[in-house]
Design a binder for this molecule. Structure first.
Ligand SMILES: Nc1ncnc2c1ncn2[C@@H]1O[C@H](COP(=O)(O)OP(=O)(O)O)[C@@H](O)[C@H]1O
Ligand SMILES: O=P(O)(O)OC[C@H]1O[C@](O)(COP(=O)(O)O)[C@@H](O)[C@@H]1O
Ligand SMILES: [Mg+2]
Length: 516
């Protein structure tokens, strides 16, 4: 390692050949002479047989795995997992768990596996549940969590601890942590929650407390950057199929039937995009990242007429954050926010359904039959599916291993299929969005054969909004070379005109968290 610069949350280590480790804080950064203890897993019969069960202290995971011959090694994150030494004696651990923000399938599984991981792997028996999100630290009684209490909770949707928006008072939260003698805090929540966790960590550190702050990222929208995908996302995509199916059955059964399905996705259209790709029954998918318009040539109404003429029915999937600019144009602008400061959205599904009905009610237009389905909260409230359950288990165990090993101020996350510890700032600095100049959106457009609704100006703006090209691959990484060795034009559907420049395509898939 050549050099290292760090402040409380930024610990960047540079190595040879452009290697960068964006490390997470550790107790030893601000507390001197801490004793360590052998990891109790060493004598655990289940784990002691596993060869190389403990993670090597130098193991790190690259953020980008697509490299060229002369690529720099680029950004890495510390690999998650059990360490040989721990910084807590089992009897001394007093942990707590809190869930904040919107619901997401898998919350109860994460809670269960933190409790069971602490108990079965580390012999920790003092675990408290904080009731009702951040404000529960200072305004409610706690709940005792034991393996017995949490035994069946993964079969239920929601969170047994309750959740809330708003109510983050850093001083009061850290006072409560200190007063109760809590020394490990597991915080499950989305981008807002992780921002809250970051300031709690700062305050804990300012007070010099030996308290581990571990985040577990939760977002049904999959809008958290860096990580491969968020837990509950697969479950949501799977459950969305039922609504899309219903819309398809309804629309197919009647002349000129149109099924409209609204799915979640405040700023990121991942659920809508993946549910559409999975279903194959969807004719048009509208997401916040891709602007669209209704009237005139190339607009949505023209496409609906065309599809109804061709097929006699159609299904439209719309993410809740799509077309919000059109809504505010046609409705009275609403600038309401929820208690956490998130913009409250208007119901785009209802709005678009009315617009389509109004359009086709005009003279000389065909008579349509439109059914609007809003399954959003039904999807969010179900328990996680099998693969999300396994994912939640590994995230929970990674968090427990990290806290026991003395790390703090980190979020756990899957990066290129490996579990890692990621500094809070990387999780909160921006939102993960569908990149509409990327291959996945091109695949969607070609599978639905919908118009892109993009003018060359929109396309230009989309390109400008893209993440900067990877520092990992210098120079020509903007040119995407296809399998046959030729440059692919991945975006033929995006264009109204022919002024598209292939070299403008950016290969920033690693930022587009779901791998392609
Ligand atoms: N910048 C911030 N600083 C401190 N706390 C925050 C911040 N943003 C959000 N929070 C808190 O995090 C919790 C969850 O945030 P919210 O945006 O509702 O959900 P999510 O975490 O799912 O994005 C709320 O209690 C909110 O007050
Ligand atoms: O639960 P609420 O307050 O109605 O909020 C709904 C919002 O919550 C979400 O499901 C998830 O948002 P968060 O990850 O920020 O909690 C969004 O898709 C949706 O817009
Ligand atoms: Mg959020």
């Amino acid at each position: 390692m050549a050099s290292s610069d760090s402040d409380s949350q930024l610990k960047i280590v540079h190595g040879d050949a452009g290697y960068i480790l964006e490390d997470v804080p550790h107790f030893t950064d601000y507390i001197l002479n801490l004793p360590t203890y052998p990891n109790p897993l060493r004598s655990n019969p289940a784990y002691s047989v596993a060869k190389q069960y403990f993670v090597h202290m130098d193991d790190t995971v690259p953020q980008k795995v697509v490299v060229h011959k002369n690529s720099l090694r680029g950004v890495h994150f510390r690999r998650a997992g059990p360490r040989q030494k721990v910084y807590f004696r089992s009897d001394d651990v007093h942990a707590c768990i809190v869930t904040c923000g919107g619901l997401c399938p898998g919350l109860n599984t994460v809670i269960r596996e933190i409790v069971c991981g602490l108990s079965y792997m580390y012999g920790v028996n003092k675990v408290l549940g904080i009731d009702g999100g951040y404000r529960g630290f200072y305004s409610k009684n706690t709940i005792n969590l034991t393996p017995k209490v949490v035994n069946d909770i993964h079969k239920r949707g929601g969170t047994i601890l309750g959740t809330s928006r708003g109510g983050h008072d850093t001083g009061k939260i850290v006072d409560s942590i200190q007063d109760r003698g809590i020394n490990q805090v597991y915080i499950i929540g989305g981008d807002g929650t992780q921002r809250g966790a970051a300031v709690i960590y700062e305050e804990v550190r300012r007070r010099g407390l030996k308290v581990a702050i571990a985040g577990i990222p939760k977002t049904i929208d999959n809008d958290i950057p860096v990580i491969d995908k968020s837990f509950g996302f697969d479950t949501a995509v799977e459950e969305a199929q039922r609504a899309i199916n219903a819309a398809h059955v309804e629309s197919e059964s009647i002349e000129n039937g149109i099924g409209v399905v609204k799915l979640m996705g405040r700023y990121s259209g991942f659920i809508a995009m993946y549910a559409t790709l999975a279903s194959r029954d969807v004719d048009c998918c509208l997401i916040p990242e891709s602007p669209f318009y209704l009237e005139g040539k190339g607009g949505l109404f023209e496409f609906i007429e065309k599809r109804l003429k061709e097929n006699g029915h159609m299904v439209i999937v719309i993410a809740e954050g799509a077309g919000q600019n059109l809504l505010t144009e046609s409705m009275q602008a609403m600038d309401q926010k929820d208690a956490s400061g998130n913009k409250l959205l208007q119901d785009v599904g209802l709005w678009i359904s009315h617009k389509i009905k109004d359009h086709f009610a005009r003279k000389d237009k065909i008579a349509i039959n439109l059914k609007y389905i809003d399954p959003t909260y039904m999807i969010r409230a179900i328990p996680s599916n099998a693969s999300d359950n396994v994912y939640c288990t590994l995230l929970a165990q990674s968090a427990v291993h990290g806290a026991m090993a003395g790390y703090s101020g980190f979020t756990v996350g899957l990066v290129n299929g490996r579990h890692t510890y990621i500094p809070f700032n990387r999780i909160t600095e921006r939102q993960n969005k569908v990149v509409i100049t990327d291959r996945m959106w091109a695949r969607l457009l070609s599978s639905t054969n919908q118009p892109s609704f993009l003018s060359p100006k929109d396309l230009d703006e989309a390109k400008k909004a893209e993440q900067p090209p990877s520092e990992l691959i210098e120079g020509s990484n903007c040119n995407d070379i296809g399998e046959a060795g030729e440059k692919e034009n991945n975006f033929p559907h995006l264009l109204h005109g022919d002024n598209f420049k292939e070299e403008q395509q950016s290969e920033n898939h690693a930022d587009n968290s779901i791998r392609q």
